[in-house]
Design a protein around this ligand. Structure first.
Ligand code: NAI
Length: 340
């Protein structure tokens, strides 16, 4: 019988070092707009994510304070900060995932589209930087109006020759979080036991929760389902009004984006069966961009889920949302084409 090989202490230590290095987190994640209402709690949640090795914080103001503060949290992610366009290259270089909550939020009475004039240019500028300094990164866009800013990003990347549709994701997850929270209340279960697909876009009627596919099943009369659908569609406005001029959803959005970012990092690391709802380039409908459930793989979106069976209410809403969503997509495309 062969004697088992006995390793020296030095050999054991070397193997342990190698294993630690192999299992150590390797992802560099940037948050652009890190000084803001969403950016700060999102940066904190990413600092707590064990898959993040480097957390790069970028904003036009206020980044050093946020970075100094977060750097004292005793988790592995190394925090760096960069401020202003001249430091954007430093923020983005080597990034695997870039999350963008930069831009102005809504005030009461505003629609997401009212933000277009300011946020379109911000997203365009940041995406020009991404195409230069980390063209292979996954890009998750939070800045509103998402229905237009994602097409803007796509056009910028196409112009630069770096577009990879599988890696450009509009973050519509907050709509899913809201739908799950409200459905759980209705079904009398904890939200973790709930699934509600939300498709379409991320603004008003373009948000289409598929309550007929929600689990666990709850039989809802059409008027009750319509009321819940409208509550989900207007949930952002509920927060804007409650904050009375001090911005829109920040904490719930940071949570949603951190969960979404975590899914991206897990898929990147090779974990399978990671699904999320995201607003992406799509041929599920005749619209060029559409949010559906997607499966994420190591190189981005791997499979795009179908819409499944819609009931009458959902079918009506789908037809109603198309004109608005098509217009918002075109507005984004035209913005980049106009060279503003
Ligand atoms: P905020 O005003 O608190 O923060 C925005 C940050 O962006 C500020 O720190 C600002 O300095 C920074 N910024 C401005 N121009 C920049 C540039 N060129 N480069 C980098 N950073 C820049 O706003 P908040 O509440 O954090 O919202 C940010 C965006 O997220 C808004 O457009 C808002 O509408 C959107 N949003 C999206 C949601 C979604 O579900 N996708 C939900 C809630 C908000």
């Amino acid at each position: 019988i062969d004697q088992p090989q006995v390793l020296s202490e030095r050999e054991v230590a070397s193997i342990e070092r190698q294993q630690t290095a192999m299992s150590a987190p390797k992802a560099k994640v940037a948050v652009l707009g890190a000084g803001g209402g969403i950016g700060q709690p999102l940066a904190m949640l990413m600092k707590m994510n064990p898959l993040v090795s480097d957390l790069s914080l970028y904003d036009v103001v206020g980044t050093p304070g946020v970075a100094a503060d977060l750097a004292h949290i005793d988790t592995a992610a190394k925090v760096t900060c960069a401020t202003g366009p001249e430091e954007l290259s430093k923020a983005l270089y080597g990034c695997h995932l870039v999350i963008i909550p930069a831009g102005v939020p809504r005030k009461p009475g505003m629609t997401r589209d009212d933000l277009f004039n300011i946020n379109a240019g911000i997203v365009q500028g940041l995406c020009e930087g991404i195409s230069k300094y980390c063209p292979k990164a996954w890009v998750a866009i939070i800045s509103n109006p998402v229905n237009s800013t994602v097409p803007i990003a796509a056009e910028v990347f196409k112009k630069a020759g770096t577009y990879d549709a599988k890696k450009l994701l509009g973050v519509s997850k907050l709509d899913v979080c809201r739908a799950k929270a409200f459905w759980a209340e209705l079904a009398g279960v904890i939200p973790a036991k709930v699934d509600v697909p939300v498709v379409g876009g991320h603004a008003g009627v373009t948000i289409l929760p598929l309550l007929s596919q929600a689990t666990p099943k709850v039989d809802l009369a059409k008027d009750k389902a319509k009321a819940l659908m409208e509550r989900i569609q207007n949930a952002g406005t509920e927060v804007v009004e409650a904050k009375a001029g001090k911005g829109s959803a920040t904490l719930s959005m940071a949570y949603a984006a951190a969960e979404f970012g975590n899914s991206c990092l897990r898929a990147m690391a090779g974990e399978s069966n990671i699904t999320e709802c995201a607003y992406i380039e799509s041929n599920v409908t005749d619209l060029p961009f559409f949010a559906t459930k997607v499966t994420l793989g190591p190189d981005g979106v791997q499979d795009v889920g179908s819409l499944g069976r819609l009931n009458e209410l959902e079918q009506e809403n789908l037809e109603a949302l198309k004109a608005e969503l098509r217009g918002s997509i075109q507005k984004g495309i035209d913005f980049v084409a106009s060279g503003k």
